[in-house]
Design a binder for this molecule. Structure first.
Ligand code: PMP
Length: 394
């Protein structure tokens, strides 16, 4: 039977990580991988997470299964963090999932269960796992224009023009903040316009929020998601704690669905719990429990928010440094968009040949579409990257 297997297309980002590892040159720079790194290149365990883990070791007296939806305290605290005052308690179904990816997968299966013929729309470009999962599930996929390579900003006219083709009952994936891979984000007015359009079309927003707190701040980064939830009769939201709590390997995520009415809450929650049951039964608990402990303890929460803010400001400073270094070299503000982008990533707008030249001549690794992880830089490597960008003729 297994003889029939054929090789799967390699994940480009994982292949890049392997190539970086094999490169023996001193001073190589990894801007490929999608994890936060501090100035010394480490991805530290956050202080509040360590403290919660210590407390958990001391106080946890059983590791028996949670419910299918995970610990209710996790759903409550994380959904409050994401949705704030917009949280519709009487219509909000939520289940814990293995990471944000698990929430996306379960959310897509929920759409498939409710509307097997629905088309799921994605920005072009988007995080490659969106189309990969949609294809694997055999769902119909559509794309909308998103990024303007000339300006480094959002091609909002193109986006609206393409979303005009959405049919009633379709789902539209939107990045809640810190768009991956481009770093270009919608303004609140643009979120409002998208909400109006989707409501007119009878489509459902599916918001993937994986970087809350990495862009403009915890509240600011959730503003688009909250606006959608308030404006639309239904919404699906996949939240990840991997980045903002630094618990990548704990696989901590939450799938939320806003039901069209309080009457439909029970059946929505039941559908989501049953999808957990058939896919993996009970969701992982360790990371989720640490998150809910942090969010419900004033001191831990304040310490976590302060450390997250340091991370955010560090990335913003690197953006400014890179934009300035490039301005000094090219004599124009052509790369000013790098300081406008938010989150961990920016799309530089280089050709695949230029990306390859930077790897070959300068040992600088970025994804082939010229996505750079800004957190992979530090004060010493910013000028090196700026030199390489200019040398490659970007
Ligand atoms: N959505 C986006 C846009 C992401 O970039 C990521 C992580 N790379 C995820 C979701 C999922 O993250 P995780 O499964 O690690 O929580």
């Amino acid at each position: 039977m297994l003889n029939a297997l054929t090789p799967q297309a390699p994940d480009k980002i994982l292949a890049l990580m392997a190539a970086f590892k094999e490169d023996t040159r001193d001073g190589k720079i990894d801007l490929g991988v999608g994890v936060y790194k501090d100035a010394s290149g480490l991805t530290p365990v956050m202080r509040a997470v360590k403290a919660a883990e210590r407390q958990l070791v001391e106080t946890q007296d059983t590791k028996v299964y949670t419910g299918l939806a995970g610990d209710p305290a996790f759903a409550e605290t994380l959904s409050s963090l994401v949705l704030g005052a917009a949280r519709p308690a009487d219509r909000l179904a939520a289940v814990a999932t293995p990471g944000g990816t698990g929430a996306i997968r379960q959310g897509l299966e929920l759409i498939q269960m409710a509307a097997p013929e629905a088309t799921v729309w994605m920005s072009d470009p988007t995080w490659p796992n969106h189309p990969a999962i949609i294809k694997y599930l055999g769902m119909k996929a559509g794309t909308y224009r998103y990024f303007d390579n000339e300006t480094g900003g959002v091609d909002f006219d193109g986006m609206l023009a393409d979303l005009a083709g959405v049919a009633p009952g379709d789902a539209v994936i939107l990045h809640g903040c810190c768009h991956n891979p481009t770093g270009a984000n919608l303004t609140l007015d643009q979120w409002r316009a998208v909400a109006t359009l989707l409501e007119e079309k009878g489509a459902v927003p599916f918001i993937d929020i994986a970087y809350q707190g990495f862009g403009d701040g915890l509240e600011e980064d959730a503003a688009g998601t909250r606006l959608m939830v308030e404006a639309m009769p239904e919404a699906i939201i996949a939240a990840s704690c991997s980045k903002n709590f630094g618990i990548y390997r704990e696989r901590t995520g939450l799938l939320m669905a806003v039901a069209p009415s309080a009457d439909k809450l029970k059946v929505t929650q039941g559908a989501m719990a049953s999808l957990n049951r058939v896919n993996f039964s009970f969701p992982p608990d360790h990371g989720a429990r640490c998150v809910s402990m942090i969010l419900s303890d004033d001191a831990l929460r304040a310490d976590w928010a302060a450390e997250l803010e340091e991370v955010r400001l560090g990335m913003l400073s690197l953006r400014e440094q890179l934009a300035t270094a490039l301005r000094d070299r090219v004599g124009s503000d052509r790369f000013g968009f790098l300081a406008q982008h938010r989150g961990m990533f920016s799309r530089l707008g280089a050709t695949p040949e230029q990306v390859e030249a930077m790897r070959r001549d300068h040992a600088i690794y970025m994804v082939g579409d010229s996505r750079m992880n800004i957190a992979g830089l530090n004060a010493e490597t910013v000028p090196k990257l700026a030199d390489a960008i200019v040398a490659a003729g970007v």
